[in-house]
Ligand binder design. Sequence first.
Ligand SMILES: N[C@@H](CCC(=O)N[C@@H](CS)C(=O)NCC(=O)O)C(=O)O
Length: 127
Amino acid sequence: MAALDSFPITRKWPVKFPDRIQLYSLPTPNGVKVSIMLEETALPYEPHLVDFDNNDQLSPEFLSLNPNNKIPAIIDPNGPDGAPLPTAPLPPGAARPVVPAPGAATGPSKTSTGVMGGTGPAPNSPR
Ligand SMILES: N[C@@H](CCC(=O)N[C@@H](CS)C(=O)NCC(=O)O)C(=O)O
């Protein structure tokens, strides 16, 4: 399991449950995508509110996890390798699953949906 205190984002959003996926998000159309997946797969997670009114997505702590300043972003302390996903599109077949197969997880991983989300905000969405 990852030492989450090695992630600068945890200084702004303290971790209460270090064994759980850390979710940094806000209930926008894009923000709820990962929440819905986590709820539907029943994966334990700890949500952290990224408040756009305070420009939290532009804070150094948030940018340390996702330089793209976009929610949602996650840290999986039980993820496979601790490496962030690349910011360029992945070649077909190269993407690893967001939800690792049982027993496959050996270390931390962090990612955002910046390269995975194919669908942007709903038309006329304010954010
Ligand atoms: N491709 C991403 C896009 C995520 C995205 O656009 N997030 C927006 C909110 S819905 C965001 O974080 N905006 C903050 C900003 O641009 O400062 C996805 O589909 O989840």
